[in-house]
Design a protein around this ligand. Structure first.
Ligand code: BG6
Length: 471
């Protein structure tokens, strides 16, 4: 697949920007049930049922940054930066409020149609994630979400509705955001909580299997309906480095990398890796893989591989006495050679070149960096300035790494949509104070603020960069 322009742009996700959680006929989704504060992590990890959260909790997705009402103004700002692409996700429960309906919600479709038309008006390429940490609550109630194979048909119906409605307008689709997040945060990633009598690995790997089958089915359908569109997998990427050259640490890193690439092995090669099949068998984990699934997976692999990259990871066999507080769901230990963000995430631009090489070496499919950026606390000065030179430095270093990888290593990259186009609710913490945007949104962790949009220094920097970029 070829593109005639490198897709420089920005990214967001429905649950982190839209708000209006009960408007336009929308139903509730998993992230609407994820509170801010002390219970968030346990619910996200599937350890605590969302229904056990005490009354009175604050749910940041309900209003988010109100993009549902401000999208025209927000898209105008993105166009003014010079963005050529905007990656966003569709809220499943805006289209099928409970997920179970046989007919879609026209008002929801019309909303996204307007968003897409607004983008196309400015020549901004829409990149659509079909499910970005997003499951209608109705499907959680009916089937316990991705624990059930029923979800495959529900997803197929939803995806087909989008393909039919937006054909000719949307050329790039992504089936599931950070599909491997299900390993760490199954409620966030897939709307599932683990019960006491359940085998965690069995539940998670079965749910992942159904998602990958659904992804392959959507790929098949897209090719039937819109043969010239492209569809990709999406991985939360970052190589695991061995902490030392001891074979134990090297092996630990190798296992962690295999677990991460497991998803791409299935979605891009169309086959389960042997280590995984062996592991399932040896540990008595039954995965509901049928012959029909195997055929579907093999015949419908993705066109491109999209990925997020924030940090590399580091593995150590024996973690006694070592700092394991990496601040990130991907785990591992702290890498003493790297700087860290205010949230403890490693900052490693060279790691981006490394992971692009790792992915390319395994799959030889075009890559698409659909998330990368710095979560930081910004200070709004009295004159409405935000001097986020740290974010500019981060983006510059990572863009340099991309360019080197493309030029020196010859690896094809379709584009880069930075995270995030505009400040939004953080996925892990649910806070607003962990800001990624080029555009500041006046709102705090407790939901207070005017929601006013203010351009940061990084906005002006990115605009100049895009105007002068020759790729
Ligand atoms: C990715 C997600 O995990 O990283 C985004 O796809 C998320 O939804 C982003 O916001 C940054 O993570 P966080 O937890 O800092 O918001």
């Amino acid at each position: 697949m070829e593109t005639n322009k490198f897709l420089w742009g920005g990214a967001t996700a429905a649950n982190q920007v839209e708000g209006a959680y009960q408007e336009g006929g929308r139903g509730l989704s998993n992230i609407d049930l994820l509170p801010f504060g002390e219970y968030r992590l346990s619910v996200a990890q599937g350890d605590m049922p969302y229904s056990d959260v005490p009354a009175g909790a604050y749910y940041p997705s309900h209003e988010a940054i109100d993009f549902y009402h401000t999208y025209k103004e927000d898209i105008r700002l993105l166009a003014d930066v010079g963005m050529r692409a905007y990656r966003f996700s569709i809220s499943w429960s805006r289209i099928y409020p409970t997920g179970l309906e046989s007919k879609p919600n026209e008002e929801g479709l019309r909303f996204y149609e307007s968003v897409i038309e607004e983008l196309l008006k400015y020549n901004i390429e829409p990149i659509v994630t079909i499910s970005h940490f997003d499951v209608p609550k109705g499907l959680m109630d009916a089937f316990e979400s991705w624990k059930s194979r029923e979800m495959v048909a529900m997803y197929e119906k939803y995806a087909m509705t989008l393909f039919e409605r937006f054909k000719g307008k949307v050329k790039y689709w992504i089936t599931f955001n950070e599909i491997n997040m299900i390993l760490h945060k199954p409620f966030t990633g897939a709307g599932i909580s683990i019960k006491e009598n359940e085998n965690r690995d069995e539940v998670i790997y079965n749910a992942a299997h159904y998602e990958m089958v659904a992804s392959a089915l959507a790929t098949k359908r897209l090719r039937e309906v819109v043969p010239d569109a492209h569809i990709g997998a999406m991985l939360a990427a970052g190589d695991y480095y061995p902490y030392s050259s001891s074979p134990e640490d090297v092996r630990e890193a190798q296992k962690a990398n295999q677990e991460t690439f497991f998803f791409l092995d299935v979605q891009s090669r169309g086959e389960y890796p042997r280590w995984a099949l062996n592991k399932f068998q040896k540990s008595g984990i039954h995965i509901d893989i049928t012959d029909e699934d195997k055929k579907l997976l093999k015949e419908n692999t993705v066109d491109y591989i999209s990925f997020s990259y924030y940090a590399s990871r580091t593995s150590k066999a024996d973690t006694t006495g070592v700092d394991t507080n990496t601040g990130n769901a991907a785990g591992g230990v702290v890498n003493p050679y790297l700087k860290r963000s205010e949230w403890g995430w490693m900052i490693d631009p060279l790691g981006l070149r490394i992971v692009m090489n790792s992915i390319w070496d395994r799959y030889q499919k075009p890559l698409f960096l659909v998330e990368n950026g710095l979560g930081a606390r910004d200070v709004l000065e009295e004159d409405d300035a935000i001097h986020d030179d740290y974010r500019i430095a981060y983006l510059k270093e990572h863009i340099d790494a991309i360019q080197t990888t493309m030029v020196e290593d010859g690896i094809p990259l379709l584009g880069f949509t930075m995270w995030s186009a505009i400040d939004l609710v953080s996925s892990s913490g649910g806070e607003m104070g962990k800001r990624y945007g080029l555009i500041y949104v006046d709102k705090d962790d407790n939901g207070e603020g005017t929601l006013r949009r203010i351009k940061k220094d990084s906005y002006h920097w990115f605009k100049e960069f895009l105007a002068s970029s020759n790729i």
